[in-house]
Write a new protein. Structure first.
Lengths: 395, 248
């Protein structure tokens, strides 16, 4: 059925998917899918796949994984699309497993009892995601397909998690206990990370211009910003406390602005310091890397230096500058979580509070959104950079 | 060997300061006159430094072996199928913030040194893996062909041609990995590892700026020392292994 030549690459058996599928099968059967806890702190009793979701659920999970393995061996022309269907649907419906688990095992009339997600579920999620990445790679899927798939899976998760059966899930419980705090943390986290990125973008732009105008500055500026990047975040936060509190006690006006040794002020300063290296380096390389013949062409058309900069150099440099913004943003989102240690707020607050109280679900409530934000920023900025990339006239 | 002078001096400074921190008591007293104790004394600084170094060292060693092995397997003909997935994972994995990875390790593995070590190894693997792939893939195929044409076995081509040529890029990956892990290990003291982050965390909890400063200075120095060591190592590598590729 496969015509030799253009589908031959597709018809070769794929070894990656069976490897991932077998590993997933083994782990999902060997590890605990979920735990039931009588209350927040007491350790719970774990349930394996069969005990957690019964024969039907276990059969469906096994069937989906086995189906994916078998499909990857068949030499069907459309098998990657079929695989995409199987794996995508499994991923989208995964919360149902938790739903069934809670329905089967949660004791009645126990308002503090909660179900939590076990290692088996996380492994299944991870391996299915890897399979999805592999399939999308083989299909050479475009951005739009990837985005659509992501939206479908995310919507399905949100709908299923919002449904009634899952309010016993400990993660949902933790969220429901503090929806306002969560919103506040989200707002603080975004404000800190994006505020720092925005400020450092402006500073980095000026520094990069300085480096281009006077090349003598190149070494000292790059040296200084890479020195800043080397110092661990905890040390930078720590080192900023003493000078900032000295400043604020010397100038009470600063204190009324909220600038103190702890809080948002040292956090933003440290985040800016960290953001400078990727930002300066990328901006400099981007603007400097614009081919000189293109600039000459503009000059020949009678453009002024200002026009040359704004209409030739900057648009051509923009994708690489955005790449710098992407690296910086991801880094800033992660570091903002650490900044919670010096009282800056954000999702890190949940993480460290949870670690302090040994309440693991609170840790998850902080860690998962942080990861989500980083992945989201990565996806959006990659797309932005791709859409700004000029399409070459040749090739 | 002038390149080895800065790391040598920094190592001396780091060890000296870890030993002599209690002697600086008057300075910290002057900074914080209202506190009774101004020198962190729950553990000696030398012990914390040692523990911090051990965590970073083990994770770097295990991570390097695993990542380089993985990179080599994925670039052989028999492992080529896995190459796209592995390189995707290496780049997507790095978007995960290290703190979040550290925090996720605790619910799965519990508190203490072991979960931190696992998190450090897994996270530290990614930059090394990525650079190993980039380094080996970046070699001109003609060079490999030339090696085979000279009658080298595939293993000899790997050991004598590919790895030396990719070495500098791999070394840069290890440097990134160690830099990140020194920072992450410091945060690790919030999940029960005893590292140089301890004085910082203790100081933040008790509002004792002197503790914070002591921890922060030593962590910063440690990071600078490691960085300058790698700088010297990279320079030496450049001169010894690939004398023609002097332009970085």
């Amino acid at each position: 059925m496969a015509t030799p030549g253009h589908v031959s690459g597709q018809a070769l058996p794929n070894r990656v998917i069976p490897a991932l599928g077998l590993l997933a099968l083994a782990l999902v059967w060997l590890m605990e899918l979920g735990t039931i806890q009588p209350n927040r702190i007491v350790p719970g009793t774990g349930h394996g796949l069969l005990s957690a979701v019964g024969w039907l659920g276990a059969g469906l999970v096994t069937g989906a994984l086995a189906g994916a393995i078998v499909l990857s061996f068949l030499s069907l022309r459309r098998r990657y699309w079929l695989l995409l269907g199987v794996v995508g649907l499994s991923l989208a419906l995964m919360p149902l497993l938790l739903d069934v688990f809670a329905l089967r095992h949660l004791p009645e009339n126990a308002p503090y009892a909660r179900s939590s997600i076990g290692a088996g579920f996380w492994c299944l999620l991870f391996l299915l995601s890897l399979m999805l990445i592999e399939i999308l790679g083989r299909l050479r899927a475009g951005r739009s397909l990837q985005l659509m798939l992501l939206v479908v899976i995310a919507t399905s998760w949100l709908l299923l998690l919002g449904a009634e059966g899952l309010e016993s899930l400990s993660l949902v419980r933790e969220f429901n206990a503090r929806p306002d705090q969560f919103e506040q943390a989200l707002r603080t986290h975004l404000a800190l990370a994006f505020g720092a990125v925005a400020i450092s973008a402006v500073v980095a732009f000026l520094l990069a211009l300085k480096m281009i105008r006077s090349p003598g500055w190149q070494r000292p500026i790059l040296g200084a910003v890479s020195f800043l990047q080397t110092i661990p975040s905890l040390a930078v936060f720590g080192l900023l406390i003493a000078p900032l509190s000295a400043l604020s006690s010397a100038f009470p006006a600063l204190q009324s602005l909220g600038i103190r040794g702890i809080g948002w002020a040292p956090a933003v300063l440290a985040l800016i310091a960290y953001s400078l290296l990727p930002m300066v380096r990328n901006t400099y390389v981007a603007i400097n890397g614009v081919p000189e013949h293109l600039v000459d062409a503009g000059r020949g058309m009678g453009m002024t230096e200002r026009q040359l900069f704004l209409q030739v150099r900057l648009p051509l440099a923009l994708p690489v500058i955005i790449e710098g913004v992407r690296i910086t943003t991801i880094q800033a989102i992660g570091l903002t979580a650490v900044a919670a240690l010096i009282g800056a707020g954000g999702f890190g607050g949940f993480i460290f509070q949870g670690l302090g109280e040994a309440a693991m679900d609170l840790v998850l409530l902080g860690a998962l959104p942080t990861i989500g934000l980083a992945l989201l920023a990565d996806a959006l900025l990659t797309m932005l950079a791709a859409s700004l990339r000029p399409t070459p006239a040749t090739t | 060997m002038r390149v080895w002078l800065p790391p040598f001096l920094l190592i001396l400074l780091l060890c000296g300061l870890s030993l002599a921190m209690p002697m600086l008591e008057p300075v910290f007293h002057w900074m914080q006159p209202d506190k009774q104790s101004v020198i962190y004394d729950r553990d000696s600084f030398l012990f914390l430094l040692q523990n911090h170094l051990m965590l970073v060292g083990i994770s770097a060693a295990v991570g390097t072996v695993a990542a380089v092995a993985g990179g080599i397997i994925a670039t052989r003909r028999s492992g080529r199928d896995f190459l796209p997935l592995i390189s995707q994972v290496a780049s997507i994995g790095q978007t995960f913030p290290p703190v979040a990875v550290l925090a996720l390790a605790v619910p799965v593995l519990g508190f203490g040194e072991a979960p931190i070590l696992v998190a450090l190894i897994l996270y530290g693997l990614l930059p090394i893996l990525r650079n190993t792939l980039a380094g080996i893939e970046g070699i001109n195929p003609a060079v490999r062909e030339a090696g085979l044409g000279m009658g080298m076995s595939p293993l000899q081509v790997l050991v004598r041609v590919e790895l030396p040529l990719a070495g500098r890029v791999i070394l840069a990956g290890i440097r990134t990995s160690v830099t990140i892990n020194i920072a992450t290990a410091a945060i690790g003291s919030t999940v029960g590892a005893r590292t140089l982050g301890d004085p910082v965390i203790a100081g933040l909890v008790n509002g004792n700026t002197a503790y914070v400063l002591q921890g922060a200075i030593l962590i910063g120095l440690l990071a600078l020392t490691a960085d300058s060591l790698f700088e010297a190592l990279e320079r030496t590598w450049e001169r010894k292994v690939s004398p023609t590729a002097t332009v970085a």
